[in-house]
Design a protein around this ligand. Structure first.
Ligand code: SAM
Ligand code: SF4
Length: 324
């Protein structure tokens, strides 16, 4: 880690559950994953404790709540309230959108700034096939409610899979632009079940860009330090404009600028998806004494220190367990 990075605030992703009503084909197998019990999962107080220590010693640029599917965790609105009370510059959440229609208003009121919605297809059959159970209609209702509630700017995330949804790239980009949402196309990462299918499914950002160039004029925009996506201002033949991002985690990783930390739902601290393990910090969150705080700061520093020293990406643990 270089000197300027040391003083850059951390971007924290907190996974609050390993549960999800979907079984996306690239995220988990048809049988799902073995579930943790409620006792295995970090309590809200433990999560808040971690955020306070991180904020106090390292600075936080943004907190993103994720999972599994974060909206299936009981009390998520309460957690949003507790996190918002920590005075964060940005509090966001990534969701598949299935339960969002009923919750968008109260999440906004609780202090959530905005959401990212995973939308891998706008064709109901492909959506169902990809998620193994999801209803496109529910996700679209969630999207509409999020826009109405002001959970904006809203970003749509699409993982592009060859032969499955790769023919929808332009349609999804248009769909997002029409709704004033930024659309981000994600490269598949060889994690969990995707490792096995990587050669068949992977589509590079370059290929996605080539596809987009057929339908839009694309002008690169300035990339923010630490940003994971390369953004373009896109304009279609009718003059409609929007932002499209490409996230090239596999073909062109952004390790050097990365200040991202992940806290898994059971309390594992992960600095890099390309590294298999992280320390279990839960015992240090359970007893908020000064000695534990110092040990925690040391552990966080160690995890941040190995960032940028890339990397062997393939990992067996699925994203639903790590927190995407
Ligand atoms: N359930 C929520 C959702 O789907 O938005 C949040 C958790 S999900 C693990 C977070 C993000 O990780 C999603 O956008 C999903 O598409 C992405 N993801 C999961 N597995 C992935 C993989 N192997 N490669 C790339 N992205 C992946
Ligand atoms: Fe669930 Fe999100 Fe994984 Fe899909 S990507 S199975 S919605 S956690």
């Amino acid at each position: 880690m270089n000197e300027s990075q040391k003083h850059t605030p951390v971007y924290l992703r907190i996974s609050i559950t390993d549960r999800c009503q979907h079984r996306c084909i690239y995220c988990m197998g048809p049988e799902g994953v073995a579930k943790f019990t409620h006792q295995d999962i970090l309590s809200f107080a433990e999560i808040i404790r971690f955020v306070q220590v991180l904020k106090g010693h390292f600075g936080i640029s943004s907190v993103r709540i994720t999972g599994g599917e974060p909206l299936v965790r009981r009390g998520v609105v309460e957690l949003v309230k507790m996190l918002a009370a920590q005075g964060l510059s940005e509090l966001t959440l990534t969701t598949n959108g299935q339960s969002l229609a009923a919750m968008a208003g109260e999440l906004k009121q609780a202090g959530l700034n905005r959401v990212n919605i995973s939308l891998d297809s706008i064709n109901p059959d492909t959506y169902r096939r990809l998620t193994r159970s999801g209803e496109l209609e529910a996700a679209l209702a969630g999207l509409a409610a999020a826009l109405d509630s002001g959970l904006t700017p809203l970003k749509l995330n699409t993982v592009v899979l060859k032969g499955i949804n790769s023919d929808e790239v332009v349609d999804i980009a248009r769909f997002g632009i029409e709704r004033r949402c930024e659309v981000r196309f994600l490269e598949l990462m060889p994690i969990g079940p995707s490792a096995e299918h990587f050669a068949d499914w992977f589509v590079s950002s370059q290929e996605i860009l080539a596809e987009l160039c057929q339908a839009f004029e694309l002008e690169p925009t300035k990339t923010k330090f630490g940003s994971s996506s390369r953004k373009y201002l896109a304009q279609d033949s009718q003059g409609r404009q929007g932002i499209i991002g490409l996230i090239s985690s596999s073909s062109s990783p952004f390790c050097r600028q990365c200040r991202r930390l992940r806290l898994t739902s059971t309390g594992k601290l992960i600095g890099c998806l390309a590294r298999p393990e992280g320390p279990n910090i839960r015992p240090l969150l359970q007893d908020p004494g000064k000695a534990n705080e110092l040990s925690l700061v040391e552990m966080i520093s160690d995890v941040l220190d190995i960032k940028g020293k890339r990397r062997l990406f393939w990992r067996a643990e699925p994203m639903v367990r790590i927190g995407g």
